[in-house]
Design a protein around this ligand. Structure first.
Ligand SMILES: [Zn+2]
Length: 296
């Protein structure tokens, strides 16, 4: 039996970086440890999409590490005074002894990653990369001998987006109801282009803003692309150019299923190192849209 020792922030970082290698992040991104002492002990970890003040307060209520998908600071930051939300988050976390770690675009392209979790939530089968060029990009970390983080399973870079199949074809309106059931509730809900009775079988997904993948999704044979942040001109052009329906959900909701997956990978990876932590997923809705009144 493996004896368990207290995990530290750096133990958690090591497991997360094996699951979501920082080298896979976009050059403009800001991933990794943003707040906290690597040597600090961790017994409870909170996962959330956005490091908002509300989420920081929740983490301060009992966690020693907050793992978020979106970075706290993406542009130059000259101070962390508590006159702005960024400073308030940093101060709230530091006062409570909570570290902050981010896996963003590196978690988008990793398999398993953000879009794999979305595909699984929708019940898709035979899920594969949307971009065939990424079908065999195995990270050198996978060549490491079993043991170091092996419990977290192998990680492969498969690029943005995934494509999979529904068990049976279903009309677009029923598919949208499936999407609504699979994701946490938001004011905006689910909206779609195309006719309600259009049959859907092959489904492309991209957690976050993936509208630019519509061409790749159609080329891969998708009937529908599920993503977020659809903009008027872009979606209008997309459905004009490609015979594909776009299903638009809240950005926050599309990435939320990843939190449970990432928490499980952290626990599994720590277990192989003889460490245990308890994990939880924040239920705070950080989708900024709070009110939706259908027009008549
Ligand atoms: Zn995002």
């Amino acid at each position: 039996m493996v004896s368990t020792r207290v995990a530290t922030v750096s133990d958690c970082v090591a497991v997360l970086e094996q699951a979501f290698p920082p080298a896979w992040a976009q050059s403009w991104d800001a991933v990794g440890l943003a707040v906290g002492d690597p040597e600090a002990p961790v017994s409870a970890v909170l996962f959330a999409v956005d490091p908002t003040v509300e989420v920081a307060v929740e983490a301060a209520g009992g966690a020693q590490l907050l793992v978020t998908h979106h970075p706290l600071f993406l542009r130059g930051t000259h101070g962390v005074a508590e006159t702005g939300p960024g400073g308030r988050v940093v101060a709230t976390l530091i006062r409570a002894g909570v570290a902050l770690y981010t896996a963003h675009t590196n978690a988008d392209v990793a398999d398993p990653g953000v879009s794999d979790a979305l595909a699984a939530a929708l019940g898709l089968r035979r899920v594969g990369p949307l971009d065939p060029g990424h079908s065999a990009d195995v990270h050198p970390a996978d060549a490491q001998p079993a043991g170091d983080g092996a419990g977290a399973g192998p990680t492969v870079c498969r690029g943005l987006g995934r494509i999979g199949e529904l068990p049976e074809p279903e009309p677009l309106d029923r598919f949208c109801a499936r999407v609504a059931r699979a994701l946490p509730a938001t004011a905006g809900g689910v909206r779609a282009t195309g006719a309600a009775d259009r049959l859907v079988r092959r489904v492309a997904v991209c957690g976050g803003s993936g509208g630019e993948l519509a061409g790749a999704a159609r080329a891969a044979g998708a009937d529908v692309l599920v993503t977020a942040d659809g903009r008027h001109h872009h979606v209008l052009d997309t459905v004009g150019e490609h015979p594909i329906a776009v299903v638009d959900v809240a950005h926050w909701a599309s990435e939320w299923p990843w939190l449970t997956q990432a928490a499980a990978r952290l626990e599994a990876g720590l277990r192989t190192r003889g460490r245990t932590v308890s994990t939880s997923v924040s239920a705070i809705v950080t989708d900024p849209w709070r009110l939706h009144v259908p027009s008549r």
